[in-house]
Ligand binder design. Sequence first.
Ligand code: UD1
Ligand code: UDP
Length: 404
Amino acid sequence: IKIATIIGARPQFIKAAAVSRAIIKKNDSLPLSEKIIEIIIHTGQHYDENMSGIFFSELKIPEPDYNLNIGSGSHGEQTGRMMAEVENVLIQEKPDFIIVYGDTNSTLAASLAAVKLHIPSVHVESGLRSHNRLMPEEINRIVTDEISNFLFCPTITAVENLAKDGIGSEEKINLIYNFNRQHVFLVGDVMYDSILFNVKLAEQKSKILMDKAIDSGDYLLATLHRAENTDDPEKLKQVLVAFDKMVSQGEKIIFPMHPRTKKYINDLELSYKIKTPGPDSNIRIIDPVGYLDMLMLEKNAKAVFTDSGGVQKEAFLLGVPCITLRDETEWVETVQAGWNILTGADSEKILRAYSVMAESDKQSAPFSEFLNEDVSGNNSKSDCYGDGHAAEKIIDIMLKIFNK
Ligand code: UD1
Ligand code: UDP
């Protein structure tokens, strides 16, 4: 069996690492003639060393067989160029199926290229919805789910979202070439597999707390990169004002800054707060870090402020309160458990959530008082994201289907 994995952005490297590891493990038990061949196609959507290369080396992902070097651009330009280049590779390689992850322009381009070549596609992290079509990722998800053959969902909510769109139901029969229906599977979250596999390694290898001279439990961690926040100067400012206020109250904030955010802050001359901090400042803007360092920063933070999907989930799974700088989330389980709260980019709401978190009892869910229903608020929260073997399940299911 020949699989083409198509990835391009930071979170996809982390997700694909779990599946590549499962493929390598499976191959150990297969006779030579049945071994799985994985071709890795990197679209080049992310290209800085600390947005791409570091994840391949740290997570031992096999080197990409192809790097399409597409780079940055407008949505149409970037997606279109990726589609054309992915198509060339797929025609040459003729994989049995492709695997795409999540909701980036790389996901959309690859699944569109494959469906038009009648190559079956697997969508990992299928069924996620924010129900906000102004978000570029929401469009990528809807289209990718619609045209994929094998949809692997991380949560029950994701399966339900697909059902609402009629995916996996009778109406779709015969609409998909090759396999005459869409197949939906609930396998859990490959990012949970990744955390479980890497958290001990992170503890052994990461020196980030020492390098940054910070103590466990003595800082807040922030990330920000969502277009709705970075591209709107008012929202960006609201977030920075809230951060500034917390720092003035004595908090330290570690802020590994996404290049997109750096660009907008510089462009919009919002750098007044950002340029001034010196090495002793309490707001530390640092370059994006590798995954092991990030896990350490998350695990030891007092709380996380983020608009990232992956970071919300990691905070939850690591038992750290999360304040989400968005108006909606795809990872509703984290909110339902009382460990995540949505504040949007509203400085007042961010500061209120911060006060609630700061006053909460560390052992229980910090935001449960905001929920209508009764929540247990205990720490047995990982089961909604599977059992840590999602990647192995995906490979086993695909082998069963393709070996028939
Ligand atoms: C993309 C995804 C988003 C995902 C995020 C993960 C889309 C539409 N968005 O957003 O869903 O959450 O990746 O991080 O696919 N840049 C660099 N160096 C890099 C990469 C980007 O400087 O290595 C800068 C460029 O100025 C670029 C900007 O960041 O224009 C945005 O990059 P892009 O890949 O278009 O989108 P992200 O915001 O990274
Ligand atoms: N991440 C990282 N270094 C950083 C910031 C994030 O390794 O400096 C990891 C993070 O731990 C998570 C993933 O990148 O696994 C999330 O990616 P990102 O926030 O870029 O995208 P999203 O999940 O929102 O699509």
